[in-house]
Structures are given as C-alpha cells and as structure tokens.
Design a protein around this ligand. Structure first.
Ligand SMILES: [Mn+2]
Length: 425
C-alpha cells in the first residue's frame, strides 16, 4: 500500500496545500500552535473491534457484501490495511469467543507487522455457546444459581488469559443481565450477585490491567438492566477498586441523555476508563460515528479534552478509545474509515476552543458569548488539519478515495470469495 499512498498523496498535493495553508493562517492568527495540534492528532489512535469488519445485521436480516474476513488472521489484515490508510487505527479489540487466538504468538507477530496493538479484550456472556453447561437465559453474573455465575466468572478469567497472551491491558465486561418483566428480579440480590462475580473477575486481573464496566439502558432486557446507567456502573467500579472504571458507549443511553455531562463527572471522579464510539437516532443503533449528531460528539470531546488537561492525563494513552458500531448497508471498511475520521475531526475541533475566553465568559454569565466561542470552534473546517496529520504519519490524504481507487473491496472478494461471513454480530 505504501507506493499507492505516496502516488495518491502526490496527486492530491496541491489541493491539500491550499486548504491547509488557509486553515493554518486562520489558526495562527488566533495564536494556536499548529505543530502541536498536528502532533496530538498524529498520536491519537482509535481501536477497531474485530466484530465490525463484517457486515452487520438486524434481527430481520443480514446482507453481506463479500470479501469479509474469514478468520482472525484476515481480520487483523483488514485492520492493518485501515491503519496503513489512516495511521489512526493502530489497535484491534477482540471479542471472545468470536475470535479466539489459537496461536497467540503468530497473532501477535502478524499484528506487529502492521504496527497494531491489542486493545481491550471483550467477554461474552450474552449468548449461549454450543459447548457450555449452563444457560444465560436468565442472566450470567447476576444469576440466581451460583453455578451459572461461576461459569460466567470462569469465562471472563479465560478471556483475561487470552488477553495476557496477546499483550492486551484491559477487559471490557458488558452484561445483558437484567429482567424483562416487573417482579421477575430482586434488584438488590441481582446487584449483590453481580458485584460478587465482578469481584472474582477483578481479583484475576494482572496488576497493570484495567477492568471496564460498560452500561446499557435497555435491550436485550426491557424492564431492568443490572448495569443500566452510569450511576450503576460507577457504583460497581467504585466498590471494585482502583483498577475498575466506567466505560461509556454512546448508544447505550436513554433518548436525549446529556452524555457530555456524564463524561465530565465520571472523568472528574477519575473513574472514566474508556469509550465505545458510534452514533444513533433512536437507541443502540450502532451507526457511523458523527453521522447523526456530530455536535454532540464535539461537546463530548470538549469535556474530555478540558477534563483530561486539568487532570494532567495523556489524551492518546490514558483512556481507551474504541469504535463499537456495525450495520448492514455500508462497506464495513469504508464505514470504519468514516468513523475514525469523525472522531479525529471532533477531537481537533475541541483542541481549538478558546478556553481562556470561554472560562471568562462562563464566569461573567455571558451565555451568548459562551455559545459563540463553542460554535466558532465547531464550525471551523479542520479536515485539512486532520489530513495533514495523517499524511505526516505516512497515511493517505483521502483514505476512502484511495480505498476506492485501488478497488480494495473487489480484491478482497477475489481473494476470499463473495459468500463468506465474518464471525460476530
Ligand atoms: Mn459497546
């Protein structure tokens, strides 16, 4: 891909130069250090989930597009290709048991050859696997039967073992546990069982690992979820200890929730561990990041950047950044390129907010000026800046254009076939 990228960048050079020079002059007039922005953008990496590389589906159907990765090796190749194009997807997040690394050494070497790291490993107790003894129909870590809870705990510990073999440093636990009807569940017992099970898993974590407790408001359970919102997640994370954190998935809130405020407060408590990026119109739609509510994404990044700066945290390394999206009408690889781009744009916009002026306007209760300052940053077209950072890291100025110019999808179909199905959602 190296030569193709150079050729592509050469042919897009003039257009990029005009746009970048124009933006640079605007930013420099505001005393913004453009070189420092480019450096931060270059460092910022977003992990790709192994389950988003195939076409997603709904309970009504799935319409695969062909050339999907048939195994973990091919999934790593796909993420490697994305990372070569955008130099911003330098990690992969695995879901066990959908992607069990049979030969960890081989998998690690392949990933390293693409300059990829292993982000959080994800456990799965929301489905029954063919060889498992007890069913998760009525929950896993919360279950009334201790034998079911033990099985779910053991699975999580096995996932940690796979993660250790790959060099991962975190475990994400998302539970579908809850209840569908009033009266079905004793809420306090379900919480206590879950906490006890999570404690068993927590104790199996290596010292330098983090545990992310992901919450979700509803689905698959529709009356109650045992980790239903940020408050419950924070409660578990606080009781578990300093290696446990809340994970925010943008699609896991009730409609119109003020996610940026949740992010600000959980971060303030030093309990924000990571992010699952996606976008939604109605619920857990898992749509492309930034496709529906880009302003909300920008407001979230505003809280992340200002909070992390005040706490002395490193934007690129101190929180886990991951995409969690999947749907059925786009080429999954093009979709992931769009999602990563949307995240970087929101991040770049949040870096150019005039914070001194905003703080002053807040202290003077100048509501109009506060909005002006926020929207001045949001309405600045930072795409040439993001592209410049990508080019300097060796990526393509326009990754999607190059993906199409090189007929990558057709090449994948030729190599893998048109009727293959990736494991996952
Ligand atoms: Mn998620």
């Amino acid at each position: 891909m190296r030569e193709e990228i150079l050729r592509h960048n050469e042919s897009n050079h003039l257009n990029q130069q005009h746009r970048f020079d124009y933006l640079k002059s605007i930013l420099e007039a505001k005393q913004i250090d453009v070189e420092s922005l480019l450096e931060k953008l270059g460092d910022f990496q977003i992990a790709i989930p192994s389950w988003a590389l195939g076409t997603g589906g709904t309970r009504f159907g799935r319409f695969p597009g062909g050339g999907e990765p048939r195994n973990l090796l091919e999934k790593i190749e796909d993420v490697g290709m994305l990372h070569a194009l955008n130099r911003s997807s330098g990690a992969i997040s695995l879901h066990i048991p959908w992607d069990i690394p049979d030969n960890a050494q081989e998998i690690r070497e392949l990933a390293a050859s693409f300059d990829l790291k292993f982000d959080a490993v994800n456990s799965n107790t929301f489905q029954d696997q063919v060889d498992q003894e007890y069913s998760y129909k009525f929950g896993s870590l919360q279950h009334v039967d201790s034998k079911v809870r033990r099985q779910a705990v053991d699975h999580n510990i096995e996932v940690i073992r796979h993660g250790v073999a790959l060099g991962s440093k975190s475990l994400t636990v998302w539970l579908s546990d809850g209840s569908c009807f009033p009266g079905q569940l004793n809420f306090r017992k379900a919480f206590e069982n879950t906490l006890e099970s999570l404690t068993d898993i927590y104790e199996a974590l290596p010292p330098d690992w983090k545990m992310f407790v992901e919450y979700k408001a509803y689905e698959p359970n529709f009356y109650s979820m045992t980790v239903g919102d940020w408050g419950q997640s924070l409660l578990y994370a606080t009781k578990l200890g300093k290696k446990a954190f809340t994970l925010v998935d943008l699609g896991h809130h009730l409609p119109n929730a003020n996610i940026e405020q949740i992010v600000a407060l959980v971060l303030m408590e030093r309990k924000l561990g990571g992010f699952h990026f996606n976008d939604s119109k109605y619920g857990d739609d898992d749509l492309t990041v930034g496709s529906i509510k880009p302003y909300q994404l920008f407001l979230i990044f505003n809280e992340l950047v200002t909070g992390m700066d005040e706490m002395g945290l490193n934007h690129a390394t101190d929180l886990g950044w991951m995409i969690d999206a999947s749907h059925n009408v786009k080429d999954p690889l093009e979709d992931l390129l769009q999602s990563v781009e949307a995240i970087k744009i929101a991040y770049a916009q949040s870096l150019i907010i005039d914070r001194t002026a905003l703080t002053k306007a807040q202290e003077e209760n100048d509501v109009v000026l506060c909005q002006e300052i926020m929207q001045e940053a949001y309405r600045t077209d930072v795409r040439p800046l993001v592209a410049e950072a990508r080019k300097r890291q060796g990526g393509a100025l326009d990754p999607i254009q190059l993906f199409r110019e090189e007929n990558v999808r057709q090449q994948l179909i030729n190599a893998r076939g048109s009727k293959v199905l990736a494991t996952g959602l």
